[in-house]
Ligand binder design. Structure first.
Ligand SMILES: [Cu+2]
Length: 176
């Protein structure tokens, strides 16, 4: 996995230190996930919130919400001690706060199901799921969603993840 971002880490850069080496990347073939919000900020979401890609493809999150900062953060014990919801052995990521029009990219090489969230809006259900290749078995989510220590995942977020089979069938799942 490679991690890149176009902007300097502003907040909490220490959290990322040691997790992965950022490098610049031309992500021309990246699949885009947009961070969106409505005008009064009462609804925020990832668009799409479910995505299927092939191993080695790059996902690029871009904040197209003029009124909010957002993050794309993997559920992983190494990042804020959250439950593991990406494949075992896969490197977790944390975009840190993206201001409007900032973006962040991750290349996912390992097959499986990757769940991520927005740090300030997880409690508003701002989560997403990426399926890479053919997931071998149900995501860690279904067996150990609350197994790790740290803050449990709120119900509104748990209910927002699109089902894996729907992502496999449709390729892209948008907020309804
Ligand atoms: Cu957000």
């Amino acid at each position: 996995m490679t991690i890149s971002r176009r902007t300097i880490l502003r907040i909490g850069g220490g959290v990322l230190a040691g997790l992965a080496l950022p490098r610049l990347l031309l992500a021309a073939d990246a699949v885009e996930i947009r961070m969106k919000g409505n005008a009064d900020g009462s609804h925020v979401w990832f668009d799409p919130m479910g995505l299927r890609i092939e191993p080695g493809q790059t996902v690029r999150w871009i904040n197209l919400d003029p009124g909010n900062s957002h993050t794309a953060t993997a559920y992983h014990p190494k990042i804020f001690e959250r439950p593991l919801r990406i494949p075992e052995g896969a490197e977790p990521w944390n975009s840190d706060y993206l201001l409007p029009n900032e973006s962040f990219s991750v290349t996912l090489t390992q097959e499986g199901v990757y769940d991520f969230y927005c740090v300030p809006h997880e409690h508003a259900g701002m989560v997403g799921r990426i399926v890479v290749g053919q997931p071998g078995r149900p995501p860690a989510a279904s067996v150990s969603a609350q197994a790790a220590g740290g803050e449990p995942i709120p119900d509104i977020a748990l209910q927002a993840f699109p089902p894996v089979d729907e992502i496999m069938r449709r390729g892209i799942v948008r907020r309804t």
